[in-house]
Design a protein around this ligand. Structure first.
Ligand code: AMP
Ligand code: ZN
Length: 424
């Protein structure tokens, strides 16, 4: 069975390895096994020259596959940057104790292949750009099924429904320390400045280069440049529940407790780690969100886990629920991970991917203590800050894991799922 903190989430796409574009060296400190996947995923953000980073499970070597060969000075520069990541993440790191709350990884599942190839071949999904996919009827039907189950779960708590925007103001994210914790995955939104000359220039010269990047190069004319764009005040939202916390900010919590649910587009830029439906730049999350006193939030997170276990049993999915951490950036990583682990703040549903004998997080059970309550001044009746927690499901991921376990033919699917989507 796969290693609990499997690095397999971060297997990048296959790039041909030539001796001339391969750079291999020893890490400044040996990388402990529990950090191999985390460090490999962070190497994606080290330098644009890196097409793929490989850290073996032994953690005693780092290989960089580069887009093209570079000279010795540039190699030295890349190594220094990589070693900075290693030193920052390894020094003083303590292996978090992995707590397993449910283990059904060995449930028998019928399928063994990577569904990606078949989904693409049948036109059931199509890639628009890196990490951005359109989903056809098969995956859409499955997501609809899972959404139905999540809505039942939400209704069992009397959750009220919200709809949140896809954009989120920069000042919201600043207020909850997002820039410090997850700068690497931010997606920014801007528009042309309100200036007739800038807009005219853009309309005449904007075009995409060979890589799909927007350029406006016309030799002697002004080009589409950073100065054409307005200051960034808005980003693409990285999570759903933040929006609820902001609607509740700076006032007493109505009725002392809130349970809400919403689905929304979320964006996390994951560079060369963006492969297949497993890791998307633009994905959809369904959340059930609890706001109130500590016990209320913790009890409901636990009840949600138990109710969800029944759903996953009925479907027959192979999975495990275990403690986890968020993908904090290197400077914050060690401290935040130790904190999340010590206070059991995050558990993930990791579904089995038989084709690579590994697991994929399809959902999470989160408790934020009074972090949002304090930072956003959401107060309980006694004036203390509210506690928050959320149960979050990745819709594309749960559909992908289901297809990896049961294949693309509905007649091979568990009856509960097949008859719900395709009633006879
Ligand atoms: P998190 O808030 O990080 O626990 O995310 C909740 C769920 O969203 C995860 O368990 C995944 O199922 C899904 N998710 C997170 N990041 C991605 C991504 N880059 N691509 C697809 N799904 C994701
Ligand atoms: Zn959340």
């Amino acid at each position: 069975m796969p290693d609990p903190n499997s690095p397999s989430d971060f297997e990048p796409s296959v790039i041909p390895i030539e001796p001339s574009n391969l750079q291999t060296f020893k890490p400044v400190l040996p990388i402990p096994e529990h950090l191999v996947g985390e460090i490999q995923s962070k190497l994606a953000y080290v330098d644009e020259a890196i097409a793929r980073a490989i850290v073996p499970a032994s953690g005693d070597q780092i290989s960089l596959v580069l887009h093209e060969p570079v000279d010795a000075a540039r190699q030295a520069e890349l190594e220094v940057k990589v070693q900075r990541v290693v030193a920052s993440m390894v020094k003083g790191s303590i292996k978090p104790k992995v707590q397993v709350l449910e283990d059904y990884l060995d449930r028998r599942v019928a399928y063994k292949l990577d569904p990606m190839d078949e989904l693409l071949a049948r036109g059931e999904i199509s890639q628009e750009t890196t990490g951005v996919f359109s989903l056809g009827p098969l995956v859409t039907g499955l997501i609809g099924y899972f959404e139905g189950r999540f809505l039942e779960l939400a209704a069992s708590f009397g959750a009220v429904a919200y709809r949140f925007p896809t954009l989120i103001p920069a000042r919201y994210l600043e207020r909850v320390g997002y820039f410090r914790a997850f700068p690497h995955s931010l997606s920014f939104v801007t528009h042309l400045r309100e200036d007739l000359d800038v807009i005219d220039d853009f309309s005449q010269h904007a075009a995409c280069d060979d890589h799909g990047a927007l350029v406006g190069q016309v030799s002697y004319l002004p080009s589409v440049s950073e100065t054409s764009f307005a200051n960034i005040q808005t980003l693409l939202s990285p999570a759903v529940c933040y929006h609820l916390y902001f609607t509740l900010a700076d006032k007493p919590l109505p009725g002392g407790k809130v349970v809400a649910t919403a689905v929304g587009n979320c964006f996390r830029y994951e560079a060369i780690n963006l492969v297949s439906l497993e890791r998307l730049w633009n994905f959809t999350m369904r959340e059930i969100i609890f706001v109130g006193p500590k016990d209320f939030v913790l009890e409901n997170r636990e009840i949600a886990r138990q109710r969800m276990a029944k759903v996953l049993e009925e479907i027959g999915m192979a999975y495990r629920v275990e403690s986890a951490n968020d993908p904090f950036f290197i400077g914050e990583f060690r401290k935040q991970v130790a904190f999340q682990s010590a206070f059991q703040l995050k558990f993930e549903i990791r579904a089995r991917l038989p084709f690579k004998d590994s697991t994929l997080a399809v959902g999470s059970y989160n408790y934020h203590q009074d972090f949002f309550g304090r930072n956003l001044a959401i107060s309980l009746s006694d004036g203390s800050p509210a506690h928050t927690g959320c149960v979050a499901f990745g819709l594309e991921r749960i559909a992908f894991a289901f297809l990896a376990q049961f294949g693309l033919e509905p007649e091979n699917w568990p009856t509960a799922v097949r008859t719900a989507i395709y009633p006879v």
